[in-house]
Design a protein around this ligand. Structure first.
Ligand code: NAD
Length: 276
């Protein structure tokens, strides 16, 4: 059996929104921890430094190498300083995981202009700003790199909130455009569309009945966690995905592959089938 090497050995990664908005493990936190576990040196970025410190403590407990950086990724200067910090501290830059995302509710009749602008700034403009500063040093220090943008199945389907769905669809368009623009720089740009994952972001709005309902609405019938999103990010960050760019990878237990009508039929057939 050949020896297994950590999949991100020698690489340097920035993960934005790498804290969690409540107790537990969100997508950014899990991704930062998994990247470090696989040998990357990680810049753990969050607008709230105490959230980033929690993630750093998890990484250090496992013997990983990381440090924190406080940045609001809607601010161009913060994004510039964030990238400079990664290169100064670790000498190169290979991976940028654009995980920051927030939601505000409302239809076009309800949403305020301030909320609309805020969601677009945090979920979309932030990716433009972080990538603008990250791409040149990726090319200079590593000969290329991998950018992972976190969208949502809300970017593929109408889902609960107009500003959120619109912003997450824009992340998909931005990913395709960036992938086409920077392929010749050996920069791969991909997108993950997480499904109904159980994370600190959604936990306050959930009870056991709703969690069960969300789980059973998927073909796999299991509940996703932030570690499922982190595992997909690890694949896209690693050299295993060296020929993959511009994709939207749903990580959703199959939720977006079925329509409710067909799924009810499939579920009924399974129910009717005698067990082996
Ligand atoms: N949880 C889900 O079910 C789900 C589903 C689909 C997509 N997503 C997406 O996954 C991503 C992360 O989700 P999570 O569960 O890790 O969320 P989370 O709220 O637990 O963590 C996000 C972190 O981002 C930080 N943050 C927010 N705005 C920031 C800013 N302007 N600058 C810097 N940091 C900022 C917050 O402080 C927080 O620590 C988001 O893009 C979200 O839209 C989540």
């Amino acid at each position: 059996m050949p020896e297994r090497h950590p999949r991100l050995e020698g690489k340097v990664a920035i993960v934005t929104g790498a804290g969690s908005s409540g107790p537990g493990v969100g997508n950014g936190k899990a991704t930062a921890v998994l990247f470090a576990r696989e040998g990357a040196k990680v810049l753990v970025v969050d607008a709230f430094i105490e959230r980033a410190e929690e993630t750093l403590a998890m990484i250090r407990e496992e013997g990983g190498e990381a440090s924190t950086f406080q940045a609001n990724v809607t601010n161009a200067d913060d994004c510039r300083r964030m990238v400079e910090a990664a290169v100064e501290r670790y000498g190169r830059l290979d991976i940028l995981d654009n995980n920051v995302g927030i939601s505000r509710r409302g239809t076009v009749l309800e949403v305020s202009e301030d909320d609309w602008d805020y969601v677009m700034a945090v979920n979309v403009k932030s990716i433009v700003l972080t990538s603008r500063y990250a791409i040149p040093p990726m090319i200079e220090t590593s000969g290329g790199g991998s950018i992972i943008n976190i969208s949502s199945i809300a970017g593929l389907r109408a889902h609960s909130s107009t500003p959120y769905t619109t912003s997450k669809a824009a992340v998909i368009g931005l990913t395709m455009s960036m992938a086409a623009d920077h392929g010749h720089d050996n920069i791969r740009v991909n997108c993950i569309a997480p499904g109904l994952v159980y994370t600190p972001m959604v936990a306050p709005r959930m009870d056991d009945t709703l969690r069960e309902h969300r789980k059973n609405a998927t073909p796999l019938g299991t509940e996703g966690t932030a570690w499922d999103i982190a595992a997909a990010a690890l694949y896209l960050a690693s050299d295993d995905a060296r020929w993959v760019t511009g994709v939207v990878l749903p990580v959703d237990a199959g939720l977006t592959l079925v329509t409710p009508a067909t799924y009810v039929t499939i579920a009924q057939q399974q129910y009717d089938r005698p067990s082996a």
